[in-house]
Structure formats: structure tokens, C-alpha cells
Design a protein around this ligand. Structure first.
Ligand code: ATP
Length: 518
């Protein structure tokens, strides 16, 4: 299936099966805002639990907080967001559509990469097993031509971004003859900076109200609480503070479903270290975080690191973890070595001392920070995209049919098991309910008696339930049930008393956590 079709199907599936709805849908929606439905919220909570426990439970030197969304406006001055949290935007005068200038140029770079890949693909088909891709890339005339073009454009683009040179960005768009995908014209406005922070007013006093911002990242709530946590928790460096919470960005172009939203959720860790050790910790967190992703079993080849050449003003190293979404490799998580920038800025702007006395060195310093920052919603999209499958299976009459199955990792699945009486009489529903009454303390269970067993299995496959338990006439006499496994569709007969242990072993986070060991 073409990746574009897959993505469309995935969005439709999310809506049809109660995972994600467009916000305010009966009023025609609100751009780039989404609501999570009855299964979506369960999956989201499980993702958050996987992250939170992997930080706070598995590391004795990491604690969590939950800071407010509203914060003193000077915080955003100190952090640089008031002056520098901008994206370069450009409008097409004919279509009246707005674009991010940097994204237009990045797409142009991707186009050139695509041409190179096509050459490689063609040659690979021609030469078959004899094909040496590395040598072809290094020597083929056409590939080298494209590569030179890519390098030139990339260097020019990086320099323009580093210098925040808006005139040059516009010039690049003109020189590359980039057209608006809607109007097809090159009738562009100048490039302007656009601040991504939402603001609102707080209170109403005679002197006027206070302009406050909806936080664009959760990190600052951690930095301004650094001293509170360090002192009250008697934390010793190195230590980390984790937080999960909403963030808001007035994104210029909001596309690709929940990949880029205006209201989203972040899971951030700020890890405080001794100055000079930050790059070691950066490497360590890079490895720990990729393991966290890979433990889910979606295939290691679907992840890659993307090292930043252009560093934010506060960083001395930065890398993204990218996942292969249906629309290409894109960032899900950023790992940044933020130096002592944030704490120093807050020390300066607040006039309060923000330091750590290191008893081993017998000196005080402003700690350095390594941050890991991941979007819950992007993680959600990654999991849904990787889990969505259409299998061809045979029905009872030997006819081929398509089954849509969400192969969600069992610990993340919203519903862990469905219990189904084979028919709606002879005491089978009561027996099924009895099983649920026992297991609901441990697992999210669902009772389903409507339609044929086959149809009920399909329904559970579509929401990703890993186990279906069927109660039949034998159950009453021998206390056994049929358990059916979502991915293999295999069925086996087990004692009711075995169910709890059997399911626990699969849906607990234990096996995932064991893979995260250093
Ligand atoms: P991008 O380059 O895609 O705009 P970013 O580099 O600005 O992202 P960060 O500021 O590093 O992102 O934020 C950390 C994480 O928060 C990202 O890796 C992503 O998972 C998530 N995130 C950022 N912006 C959004 C958004 N608008 N919608 C959903 N998730 C987001």
C-alpha cells in the first residue's frame, strides 16, 4: 500500500475506532487541535506511564514534578522565547497560503535526496546482487552532480539560518524556483519572523492586566523549580527532574494530523550534571532514549539519529531521534545539551542564586543540563503508524478477507482482553461476567456478546486488544476457556485460573523495562 494511502487510512481508523477526533468537529473543527477518544486516552496514558516509570521508577536520582502552565512572564524573557522563539514565514500572494520558509527549503533538499535515491534504486535493479551501493554513490556522475547541488544548497541554507538572514532565505527560495504547491506560482511575499507563543491576559486591576503566555515547552517549569526540588529532595548532582504536561505553539503550518499540533503534550527530562561532564551524559542519554523506543519492537531500522548542525543559542550538542513515519523520517524526540544557559539566565533575571554546592569539589557552580524532550502525540502517532496492519486472512468458508489489526505492544494496548460468551444464553454471559469481575482489578477488560464470534474478533483486532477469551458450553463443566492471540490468531484452551498470570506476563511493563538496562 502506498504510504500516503496508509496515512489516510490510519487517520480514518483513529476516528472510526475512538482513538482521535478532530476538535470541535460539529463546528467544522479547529485547525491543528485534536481530541483523544475512549481508546486514544487509554493509549496516551499508557505511553505516559511507560515514559514516566522508565524515568522516575528506574532511576533513583530522577524525580518528577507537575508545574503550572501559566508562569511569570519574565521567565519567557529570560529563556529567550519572547525574543527568539520565531519561525520564518512566507506567504504566497496568489493562493494566500502561508508556509515556513525553512520547511520549503528543507523540502527542496529532500527532493534532491529523492533524485539520488531513484538513481540508486534504478542501478540496484539493473545490477542485482552485484550492486555495490557505496561505490555507486561515490562514483556515479549523475549522483555526484545531485550531491554537489545538495551540498551547495544545504550550506547556503545552514548559513542563512545561523545568521537569521531572512533576505537570504527569500533569495534561496527564488533561486531554487520553489513554487507554491497550491497555486503553482512563485509570487512570494518577503520572509518575516513569527513568534510561536500564545498569549493571554491574567487578572484585571486598575493598572491593567498582566500579559501571560501559554508555555511553549514544559522545560522552564523545571528550571525555575530547580532549587526547590534540589533542596526539598536533598538531591545530589547528577540528578534529573521529569515532567509531563501540555505545551502550546502557534505553529504556522499545522499538517500531518497529530504530528504538529497547536496544543500538544511533552514528556521532558532535565538532567543536571557537573560542568564539563555534559557531553558524556549527552551520549549516555542518547543511547538510553533510543533503547526506550526500540524496546517496543517496531524494528530498529525504523529509527535514526539526526545530529543538528545548527545549534540553538543555548546548546552545545543536539540530536533528534527520528522515526520512519508514513511521510518519511521525522523527529519524535530531541536530546539537547543545554549547557548552563537556562539556569544562568534565571539567576540573572530573578536575582536569586541558582547554584549547587558540590561537596566532592568543595565548590559551587551553576549545573549544566542535558534534556530529553519527546512529544506524547508524536509518540502516539508513531505507535499507531507502526501498529496498523491490513492482513489477508481466510474466513470459515475459505474466502479471503482483509482484517485490520492494530499490533500494539501489549503493555500499551487500551483494552487488554475481551471476554465473550459464545452465545447469549445457557448461563454463558453470566460466566463471562464472572471472569471480568475477577480480572478487572488487574486489566482493562471488555465484555462483548453482540454478533458472531468472528465479527467480535475483528472488532477487537481493530482496536488492538491482545487477548480474546471465549466462554462456551464446556466452560461450565471444566472451567476452561479459549484464549485467542491477536497477532498469530492462534487459539488455545486454558484454565480460567491461569488467565491472570498468562495475561500479566504479557501486558506488564517489566519486559520492556528489562531491555532498558544500561
Ligand atoms: P519541530 O522541528 O518538529 O518543530 P522542535 O524541534 O521545535 O520540533 P522541540 O522544541 O525539540 O521540537 O520539542 C520536543 C518535542 O516536542 C519534539 O520532538 C516533538 O515530539 C514535540 N513537539 C514539538 N512541537 C510539536 C507540535 N507542534 N505538535 C506535536 N508535538 C510537538
Amino acid at each position: 500500500m502506498a504510504q500516503e494511502d496508509l496515512f489516510k487510512k490510519l487517520i480514518a481508523h483513529c476516528k472510526e475506532y475512538g482513538y482521535v477526533f478532530p476538535s470541535s468537529e460539529i463546528y467544522d473543527g479547529l485547525s491543528a487541535v485534536y481530541d483523544y477518544g475512549q481508546y486514544g486516552v487509554e493509549l496516551k496514558n499508557n505511553i505516559k506511564k511507560y515514559w514516566w516509570d522508565s524515568m522516575v521508577l528506574l532511576h533513583e536520582n530522577i524525580v518528577g514534578i507537575d508545574s503550572a502552565i501559566f508562569m511569570h512572564p519574565t521567565i519567557w524573557k529570560a529563556s529567550g522565547h519572547v525574543d527568539a522563539f520565531n519561525d520564518p514565514l512566507i506567504d504566497n500572494k496568489d493562493s494566500k497560503k502561508r508556509y515556513r520558509a525553512d520547511v520549503l527549503i528543507e523540502e527542496q533538499l529532500a527532493k534532491i535526496e529523492g533524485k539520488i535515491d531513484k538513481e540508486v534504486e534504478k542501478a540496484s535493479a539493473r545490477f542485482g546482487e552485484m550492486f555495490d551501493e557505496a561505490q555507486f554513490r561515490a562514483t556515479n556522475g549523475r549522483v555526484l552532480e545531485y550531491q554537489i547541488k545538495w551540498d551547495e544548497l544545504h550550506n547556503r541554507f545552514a548559513e542563512a539560518l545561523n545568521n537569521a538572514d531572512l533576505v537570504e532565505l527569500k533569495q534561496i527560495i527564488e533561486d531554487q524556483e520553489i513554487v507554491c504547491p497550491i497555486s503553482g506560482t512563485r509570487n512570494w511575499t518577503e520572509v518575516r519572523q513569527f513568534n510561536l507563543m500564545f498569549s493571554t491576559e491574567m487578572g484585571s486591576t486598575a493598572d491593567g492586566s498582566l500579559k501571560v503566555y501559554l508555555r511553549p515547552e514544559t522545560a522552564q517549569g523545571i528550571f525555575v523549580n530547580y532549587m526547590n526540588v534540589q533542596k526539598s529532595g536533598r538531591m545530589k548532582i547528577p540528578f534529573g527532574i521529569a515532567q509531563i504536561g501540555k505545551a502550546f505553539r502557534n505553529e504556522i503550518v499545522a499538517r500531518q494530523f497529530i504530528f504538529r499540533m497547536r496544543e500538544f503534550e511533552q514528556m521532558e527530562l532535565q538532567f543536571f550534571v557537573r560542568p564539563g561532564t555534559e557531553l558524556e551524559w549527552f551520549e549516555k542519554w542518547k543511547q538510553l532514549r533510543i533503547k526506550w523506543h526500540q524496546a517496543l519492537g517496531f524494528g530498529n531500522e525504523n529509527y535514526k539519529f539526526h545530529l543538528h548542525e545548527k545549534l540553538a543559542h543555548y546548546a552545545n550538542a543536539a540530536v533528534d531521534i527520528e522515526f520512519k513515519f508514513p511521510f518519511g523520517f521525522k523527529e519524535v524526540e530531541g536530546i539537547h545539551s543545554r549547557t548552563d544557559y537556562d539556569l544562568s539566565q534565571h539567576q540573572k533575571f530573578s536575582g536569586k542564586k541558582i547554584q549547587y554546592f558540590d561537596p566532592e569539589l568543595n565548590e559551587s557552580y551553576v549545573p549544566y543540563v542535558v534534556e530529553t524532550s519527546i512529544g506524547v502525540d508524536r509518540m502516539f502517532l508513531q505507535i499507531m503508524a507502526a501498529s496498523y496492519h491490513e492482513d489477508t486472512v481466510e474466513d470459515n468458508n475459505g474466502q479471503k478477507e482483509t482484517r485490520v489489526v492494530l499490533r500494539l505492544p501489549a503493555p500499551l494496548a487500551p483494552v487488554k482482553l475481551a471476554v465473550m460468551p459464545l452465545i447469549k444464553k445457557d448461563g454463558l454471559p453470566e460466566k463471562a461476567r464472572e471472569i471480568i469481575e475477577e480480572l478487572k482489578f488487574d486489566f482493562n477488560c471488555q465484555y462483548d456478546e453482540k454478533d458472531s464470534i468472528g465479527k467480535r474478533y475483528r472488532r477487537q483486532d481493530a482496536i488492538g486488544t491482545p487477548f480474546c477469551v471465549t466462554v462456551d458450553h464446556d466452560t461450565a463443566t471444566d472451567n476452561t476457556v479459549t484464549i485467542r492471540y491477536r497477532d498469530s490468531m492462534l487459539q488455545e484452551r486454558v484454565q480460567i485460573s491461569q488467565l491472570r498470570e498468562l495475561i500479566s506476563a504479557q501486558v506488564g511493563f517489566r519486559t520492556l523495562f528489562k531491555q532498558l538496562k544500561d
